[in-house]
Design a protein around this ligand. Structure first.
Ligand SMILES: [Zn+2]
Length: 330
């Protein structure tokens, strides 16, 4: 499957946000059931709804998808043990559980599910060393720690007596490297996405003092390449999704101005597909909903005109985070 479109390279890349086209692109995702790609990504359906609905909210079109239909679908993805699968009948996982909770909170429909059971499920994934497994098979990763802590925070259940938050903080601190970045486990190579999840965890748990903001801010700002795009680690290609991992991390460190926002904005806008709508990982590639939401969230963080402000920790509209009373920690 080629990821390249047939865009003639002599056409100027878009220089403004093609908002209406992106709204249509997301609305049409569910009608592509005949496409192979739709079935290949079945395990990501719950995540896909989070990406799509978040992008729509940030673009000021919260009602572009049917709320009731989405809530009904999410309820069907919850298992008896409280966790959510990536699609109806799929095994529960912390990644899809967080997405489901984010969507239900955004639509203000937590009442539709059993929240106590979700908390039980997340607690069951906590390991002795303070880390969290992604599912009952036991694989651990700093991403799963962030999903667990993020979810419990959104549900206002971080005070659950079964949690050992200090151990979780200690574990995340162990994942910090000599360059200031964070990896997916102690000793794992620094990577911008892992930096985001570790900083997000420490921010939610009020433990950001464990981070050298200048050193890590410098490492993050070094992710910007000549064409304005950001990469995830040294020597790698730029990619629109890193606009989010890097910028949100710099926001948490209060050093967002350490990268060139004009150049990054241009890079994201040039990765839009001006025919179908949607944003790709880089110019002239096929768009997808994952890069669409993180491109738009990046633009929102940089204050792009007409976009709803996004929260840099939760990657949800800031007004939703305010509505549920989570204090601004960043
Ligand atoms: Zn990407």
């Amino acid at each position: 499957m080629s990821t390249h479109t047939n865009n003639p390279s002599n056409v100027d890349p878009p220089s403004e946000l093609l908002l209406d086209l992106h709204v249509k692109y997301i609305q049409n995702l569910d009608t592509k059931k005949g496409d192979l790609e739709y079935w290949l990504t079945e395990h990501l359906r719950v995540n896909g709804i989070y990406w799509g609905s978040t992008a729509l909210h940030l673009m000021g079109h919260p009602d572009a998808l049917d709320h009731d239909q989405i809530v009904e679908y999410m309820v069907k993805c919850q298992h008896d043990n409280g966790g959510f699968g990536g699609h109806i009948g799929h095994d529960p996982h912390i990644l899809s559980t967080l997405s489901a909770i984010q969507v239900l909170i955004t639509y203000d429909r937590l009442d539709a599910i059993n929240v106590d059971k979700v908390v039980d499920y997340i607690v069951s994934l906590q390991n002795e060393d303070g880390s969290y497994s992604g599912d009952s098979w036991g694989e651990t990763d700093t991403r799963f720690i962030f999903c667990a802590i993020n979810c419990l925070s959104l549900l206002k259940r971080l005070d659950d007596k079964r949690l050992d938050l200090q151990r979780t903080i200690d574990y995340v601190v162990q994942c910090r490297n000599f360059d200031g970045g964070f990896g997916n486990c102690p000793g794992g190579e620094s990577h911008a996405a892992q930096v985001y999840v570790c900083l997000g965890t420490l921010t939610i748990l009020n433990a950001l003092h464990h981070v050298d903001a200048d050193q890590l801010g410098w490492w993050l700002s070094e992710r910007q390449l000549k064409n304005g795009g950001l990469n995830g680690r040294p020597e790698k290609l730029e990619d629109v999704c890193y606009s989010w991992w890097v910028l949100s991390s710099l926001s948490m460190l209060k050093r967002r101005h350490w990268i060139d926002a004009d150049k990054l904005t241009k890079f994201i806008l040039s990765s839009q597909d001006s025919e179908t709508g949607g944003i790709a990982d880089r110019p002239d590639h096929v768009p997808d909903v994952f890069h669409t939401v993180f491109g738009i969230a990046g633009l929102s963080l940089m204050g792009y005109p007409g976009l709803t402000p996004v929260d840099p920790v939760y990657c949800m509209p800031r007004y939703v985070i305010q509505r549920i009373g989570l204090s601004e920690k960043h």
